[in-house]
Design a protein around this ligand. Structure first.
Ligand code: SAM
Length: 279
């Protein structure tokens, strides 16, 4: 009879957040599959857990996954962990879960630390409906396509971001959603220097323009306001801007003229038109 794959969330900054059930599962599994065995060893040592480990990381999911599957099919139990947070959420694990499901191996997920739910819950923004967008791509086209697809997204949006890319991402978000869109910058959650900055995209850009951000960030961005029945269609507005541009008007003048005529916010239409021209 096949064994079981346990998905075990680990702390995102505060070791006390490892649940008793997680400790028990890690202690009782036949082996642990870890994203980085050196990182997990520190956690295991802290909790006095001695267990054999195998590496399961982004670049060995194929071979590593097959090796883990074989042991599971032979009846062993495996606890999967990533470096921090919930495995399979912007971390290795998704493919292993799929493989196990395909081969009839039971998968049990333990609830626990996860940067996205921690950030969402503290954001102060609507939590009733939200969408997790993970990391934006580095590739310019994929990144632009991703952001454009969210232009009218009404749900709260959650992004992960590395500190060295934060400013560029905030600038790109401001260009698509407009400078006044609210967000919560959730930094170093559960850690000593934990901070939640509730601000707008324009103010966030200003904040980090000359002061490189430090630490780990989750961005929780307010969704688009519902469009009123008789509100102007942004597609029409952009088409009108484009027509004026072809007549030789500057982007600033064209967007001002159309925004005033349609009762739209000038800076929002300007950002949207700028983004459309870049595309
Ligand atoms: N699977 C993990 C989870 O569920 O929390 C996420 C792993 S992903 C590779 C790492 C990203 O999560 C970071 O770049 C950051 O965006 C976010 N993150 C992780 N820990 C964080 C923390 N303590 N504070 C803020 N963001 C964090």
């Amino acid at each position: 009879m096949p064994g079981t794959l346990y998905l075990v969330p680990t702390p995102i900054g505060n070791l006390s957040d490892l649940s008793p059930r997680a400790v028990e599962t890690l202690s009782q599994a036949d082996f642990i599959a870890a994203e980085d065995t050196r990182v997990t060893l520190k956690l295991l040592n802290h909790f006095s857990i001695k267990k054999s480990m195998v590496a399961y990381y982004r670049h060995n999911t194929e071979a590593g996954g097959q090796a883990i599957l074989k042991r599971l099919l032979d009846g062993e139990t495996c606890a999967l962990v990533s470096d921090a947070g919930t495995p399979a959420v912007s971390d290795p694990g998704e493919e292993l879960v799929k493989l196990c499901v395909e081969h009839g191996v039971d998968v049990i997920a333990l609830p626990g630390p996860c940067a996205l739910t921690t950030a969402l819950s503290v954001s102060g923004l609507p939590t009733g409906r939200f969408t997790f967008e993970g990391f934006l791509a580095m590739n310019k086209k994929n990144r632009r396509d991703h952001l454009n697809s969210l232009q009218h997204e009404p749900r709260t949006m959650i992004f992960y971001e590395a500190p060295h890319k934060l400013l560029t991402t905030l600038q790109d978000l401001a260009a698509v959603f407009g400078p006044d869109r609210r967000l919560a910058l959730c930094r170093e959650l559960t850690k000593l220097h934990e901070e939640v900055i509730r601000t707008t995209l324009a103010q966030a850009v200003e904040r980090y323009r000359d002061q490189p951000p430090k630490g780990e960030f989750v961005l929780v961005v307010e969704g688009a306001q519902p469009v009123a029945e008789n509100a102007p269609d942004p597609g029409d507005a952009l088409a009108q801007v484009s027509a004026l541009r072809q007549e030789g008007l500057s982007l600033k003048d064209a967007t001002r003229q159309v925004a005033d005529a349609l009762g739209l916010k000038r800076n929002l239409l300007y950002s949207m038109a700028l983004e459309a021209e870049k595309a």
